[in-house]
Design a protein around this ligand. Sequence first.
Ligand SMILES: [Zn+2]
Length: 321
Amino acid sequence: MNEIIGHDTAARQLRRAALAGRPAHAHLFTGPPAIGKHTLATAFARTLNCTGEDRPCGACRACRLIAAGRHPDVQTIGADNDAIKIDQIRDIQHAASLAPVEARWRVFLLPNVERATQPAANSLLKTLEEPPAHVVLLLTALDANALLPTVVSRCQVVPLRPLAIDRVRAVLEDRWGVESEQAALLARLSGGRIGWAVATLEDSAILERRQVEIDALTSVASAGRVDRLELASRLSGDEAHLGATLALWLSWWRDLMLVKAGTVDAVTNADCVQALQRLAAGYQMQQIADMVHAIQEAIWQVDANVNKRLALEVLLLNIPS
Ligand SMILES: [Zn+2]
């Protein structure tokens, strides 16, 4: 699993289990978006089914088909932003009951299981209780706490944490040839999520969207009630980006805290120091701390499927002017 960047301990343990032919029947990879959950799970699937010498070899038929998402025994359930539905779990149950077509293990990857519908989650639980011997389920989720405890307890949990910022910067420079100032900025903005940094390299729209969100952030303090409610409505309707927006807000208000405390060098949004200094001058430390807390609360509420619009309205109306 040499292509995995970071997550050394987890990668080593998974590789050992795969080589010994003793994977858990279900693994649950947890961690923030774009941290490498799906990449690690896919690498594990390849190590399990690779027929080469140094597993995963990357060259055998199994490795190549899995990397291309076309191996008959390694199946990813659902697209990126869709909730897993009960029919899909039933399909898994049927496929799981059959022997693998050509590989040793039949592997099912289930991304974002926290978004599974309630009937699907209940049905998944049954699959986890009595999996056939040749089946390995690889679940990913942002947070194990958002899942049924009975689901979590049947999985081997693999918690993934952000990499050190310096490591992300070094990888961007060495592997992707990014020049050093840009690498340093992306590494900071990534918060240690290499997948985010690489996606941003490949898609300039991500940084453009960040700039739009920062403009909205910096202007909301002087906006009136109506504009704030409008922004809450717009954000809550944009489910695909809401998590990223709230993460940006959290990093922004943490940065305000750092600037207020006089530790400008440690800010995440290193390209916005002037704006941060200007805004921080207008706030008391306690106001900033309260906002950090309020944003964390909103992130939790959104994850827990509380009414998103209401949570955002409360948050936005509370931003001190
Ligand atoms: Zn191989």
